[in-house]
Design a protein around this ligand. Structure first.
Ligand SMILES: Cc1ncc(COP(=O)(O)O)c(C=O)c1O
Length: 407
């Protein structure tokens, strides 16, 4: 009898964390490596947010809190949803968890029965599929191509829905593409969903604040109030406030669902860290104007990398509306050879060869369910991004069609 449970059989280790590990190994060997693999902001957490955590510790807020989160934080989340998304919740419709990740995990564990289907538009954030499978469900993956800016179309959604569909995951702006749905696009998807009342919607809005060029972020329950009763609106402080290590995510949704998610959490981690909750309260109730500066920085980096990548032979990517990622099509490089004579058979080999020869780390598209492509995270300095793009260009230019080794 095997010791490890059968449910682990299909679970893959996180490919993004694998890239981060390989980068540290190469750096430890003294290699000059530029990491464009990690999915986290490079800014420090703002000082007043740290101060809120320190003050909480000093006040003795170092004990268990209610499983769903402190009342103060849940009230602040209720206000956030009203202020920014025009959504009305009561505190018992809110749960706070250990990162956005735990919010999603709880939701699947609380609702997915064996054989239930979850529609996952690809390319997708790596954990969705593994989470659905761990919960015993089936991920129904819908490829969304670069011509559609990697967005799900209403026709694709309609044809993916079956009587077994439990959830649609809608992640906007997206990890890994940065694509964000406009209000019009959300309305068209909502029209399909209104006609399919058995489908619940998991709106993963964790990159909500990172949108550029005046893009107006909307979430689906806001666009179509008829979907309010069957939408879980998920968010967190990791990306907007550069608080990935603090581990605070939250969601608003139907009471029955929030209660069930609380039951799962109550038997796994209980409350999210009391100190991190105090910091998140500081983040959500504090001055939000600093985000304008961060957005400007991200936008400048996005424009820089977008311009440089589209000049690389064999690479192309659409201009994303948000997040801090570019999803780069590398199909024209597949089948070519490196100057060392290695044939690039797929996107995993593309990123491996790029890392080994030029010391630039990115994550291959197969990890996100849409190939051949790779993801670049531009949450790093302009200097590092410029140098990385120079190296990527040199790598692409060095590929040849006939397997001739460079002299
Ligand atoms: C799309 C998406 N959703 C959720 C998360 C989870 O974020 P966290 O658990 O750090 O709050 C991430 C993190 O990378 C993400 O990219």
């Amino acid at each position: 009898m095997p010791f490890i449970a059968d449910r682990l059989a299909t679970i893959k280790p996180s490919p993004t964390l694998a890239v981060v590990k390989r980068v540290s190994e190469l750096k430890a060997q003294g290699r000059d490596v530029i990491g464009l693999g990690a999915g986290e902001p490079d800014f420090d957490t703002p000082e007043w947010i740290k101060d809120a955590a320190v003050a909480a510790m000093k006040k003795g807020q170092t004990k268990y809190t209610p499983v769903e989160g402190t009342m103060d934080l849940r009230k602040a989340i209720v206000e956030k949803y009203k202020r920014e998304n025009d959504l009305t919740y009561t505190p018992d419709q809110i749960i706070v968890s250990t990162g956005g990740k735990q919010v999603l995990f709880n939701a699947f564990m609380a609702t997915v029965n064996p054989g239930d289907e979850v529609i996952v538009p690809a390319p997708y954030w790596v954990s969705y599929v593994d989470m659905v499978e761990l919960a015993g469900g089936k991920a129904v993956i819908i490829p969304c191509t670069a011509d559609a800016n990697y967005k799900l179309t209403p026709a694709q959604l309609q044809s993916a829905i079956t009587p077994k569909t439990k959830w649609l995951i809608l992640n906007s702006p997206s990890n890994p593409t940065g694509a964000a749905y406009t209000e019009t696009e959300l309305r068209a998807l909502a029209d399909v969903l209104v006609g399919n009342p058995h489908v619940y919607i998991m709106a993963d809005d964790i990159y909500e604040h990172l949108v550029y060029d005046g893009f107006k972020f909307k979430t689906i329950a806001q666009v179509e109030p008829k979907l309010y009763d069957r939408t879980l609106t998920c968010n967190g402080v990791s990306k907007a406030y550069s608080m990935t290590g603090w581990r605070i995510g939250y969601a608003g949704g139907p009471k029955e669902l929030i209660k069930a998610m609380g039951a799962i959490q109550g038997h796994s981690t209980s409350n999210a860290s009391s100190i991190s909750q105090a910091a998140a309260l500081g983040a959500l109730t504090g001055d939000q104007t600093f985000l304008n500066g961060w957005r400007e920085t991200y936008k400048a980096r996005r424009d820089l990398v977008f311009g440089l990548i589209n000049k690389c032979p064999g690479l192309s990517c659409p201009l994303p509306e948000g997040a801090f990622y570019l999803y780069v099509d590398c199909s024209a490089c597949i089948g070519k050879y490196t100057s060392g004579g290695v044939k690039i058979e797929n996107d995993e080999q593309f990123v491996t060869q790029l890392l080994e020869t030029e010391g630039v780390a990115a994550v291959h598209g197969a990890a996100f369910g849409l190939s051949p492509a790779f993801r670049i995270s531009y949450a790093t300095s302009t200097e590092a991004l410029t140098e990385a793009c120079t190296r990527i260009n040199r790598f692409c230019a060095s590929l040849n069609a006939n397997g001739v080794k460079a002299a």
